[in-house]
Design a protein around this ligand. Structure first.
Ligand code: SF4
Ligand code: SF4
Length: 441
């Protein structure tokens, strides 16, 4: 067995709230589709107010590190304007009034076989389908694939779903194992790896059985120990291969490429069904939700609609997160529409509120012992308080994967992850300023 990754924590899972809830379709009255849903350049809208659109029609695209976005419902474009997005800020969105007809774009055609398609043609299909990493990172999948060609000997499929509360990948593995396996086969055809391994945490017995029955013999299924953040890219690579991605490096640097199970399903849909990434499984859960559920939600489904479909609030929510409790982003508007990387909406009750009004570090060092990136969270937090960019840079804050293990273990209740998100933004802004200065020179 490969060496286990350093650090990590064992938060309570709360998966039982929604893991037996099948993925049900939902039909929102409107969708608010963000033009920026991935790492890279935002899309420019290709439609205007008043246009009639069909499911799967391209409504935004751009050059460079950019993949298109598509209409997730058929109907009429009623606005192209800034609206709330899950990142917590406003972003340009195309808003479509759903005509409830699900009229398909005439460009969508099914395919029986991929035998005749070259790796480049398959990658182009994945790009045109607007597929991005669906585990949350949002990196364009076609770029990950094309930059890994000739370098990758190991494809790792991520079915760990280690974040508490979230069960959308678990359900997908139980309900669509053949399609996930079909998507992995397409990625294999492109990257030609020597080894392909799907990793699932041991606590998902039904998903393991379902995927084991669907995977062909040349794909390994690894039952992973349950430890957060087992599903983080670098930690998964270390567990599966024993290799360590160097600081600031990409998985391809150690011959690996990692794809989430939902991304593999999206690859299958794009290649065989001709369907771009227009909907995804979303878990709506938490103690403040009356009926924790999983939905197949068109991209852009307003959070308010998801909560209503899950029976509404069972009590006054204390906090609503896009994502799970460890890495999720606090939401301030239920008008926000889902994006491609949005796997869950977690709604906490007042009893979950463990915030400390004026937290003080007691120098216990627990945060250091759990950081899977071997960072020094307590020192980084002090550097953030002093706005000491040099110390943040020296302390490798950019390597922080925002897993939240340090904040989870901190007895003082210091909101460390928010602090490091701010620090990373400060450093990025500073680096951009320096670049601009050099360009002027
Ligand atoms: S410093 Fe970053 S990587 Fe380390 S435990 Fe905290 S959030 Fe995770
Ligand atoms: S865990 Fe919290 S209290 Fe302990 S050293 Fe780290 S930041 Fe300080």
């Amino acid at each position: 067995m490969a060496p286990f990754f350093f650090g990590g924590v064992h938060p309570r899972g709360y998966k039982e709230l929604s893991c037996e809830a099948p993925i049900l379709p939902i039909k929102p009255k409107i969708v608010s589709i963000a033009m920026s849903q991935h790492i890279g350049r935002p899309c420019a809208p290709l439609v205007s107010v008043g246009d009639i659109v069909t499911v799967g029609q391209k409504i935004g695209d751009g050059d460079g590190l950019c993949v298109p976005v598509h209409a997730s419902v058929s109907g009429k474009v009623i606005a192209v304007e800034p609206r709330p997005t899950p990142s917590g800020t406003e972003g340009l969105c195309v808003v479509i009034e759903n005509d409830m007809q699900d009229t398909l774009c005439p460009d969508i055609h099914k395919r029986d076989s991929v035998a005749e398609l070259t790796p480049e043609e398959l990658t182009a299909i994945i790009r045109e389908a607007g597929i991005t990493g669906m585990g949350g990172a949002g990196f364009p999948t076609s770029v990950k694939i094309s930059s890994g060609m000739g370098k990758v000997d190991t494809v790792i499929v991520n079915g760990a779903e280690c974040e508490p509360y979230i069960t959308s990948d678990d359900r997908l593995m139980r309900e669509a194992p053949e399609k996930i396996a079909g998507g992995i086969r397409i990625i294999q055809k492109i990257l030609q790896p020597e080894r392909t391994a799907l990793g699932i945490e041991k606590n998902k017995g039904k998903a393991i059985a379902s995927m084991r029955a669907a995977l062909p013999e040349d794909m390994e299924l690894l039952e992973l120990r349950v430890r957060y953040p087992q599903g983080a890219e670098k930690q998964l690579i270390q567990t599966v291969t024993g290799r360590q991605v160097p600081p600031g490096g990409l998985p391809a640097a150690v011959g690996c490429a990692v794809f989430n199970v939902a991304t593999c399903k999206a690859v299958y849909d794009a290649v065989y069904e001709g369907m771009p990434l227009v909907r995804r499984a979303v878990t709506v859960t938490g103690k403040a939700i009356a009926r924790p559920s999983n939905f197949l939600a068109p991209i852009g489904t307003p959070y308010a609609d998801l909560i209503e479909a899950a029976g509404g609030f069972a009590c006054e929510p204390y906090k609503i997160l896009c994502g799970g409790p460890m890495m999720g982003i606090a939401q301030h508007s239920l008008d926000c529409g889902t994006i491609k990387g949005n796997n869950a909406l977690t709604c906490f009750a007042q009893e979950d509120n463990h915030e400390v009004e004026t937290p003080h570090c007691i120098r216990c060092g627990k945060c250091v012992g759990v950081c899977p990136m071997r960072l020094m969270p307590l020192q980084l937090n002090k550097a953030v308080q002093r706005s000491d960019l040099a110390a943040l840079d020296k302390g490798n804050v950019m390597d922080c994967i925002e897993c939240g293990s340090c904040a989870y273990i901190c007895p003082a209740g210091i909101p460390l992850v928010q602090s490091f998100r701010t620090a990373k933004k400060l450093l990025r802004d500073e680096q951009a300023k320096q670049k601009a200065k050099e360009a002027v020179k």
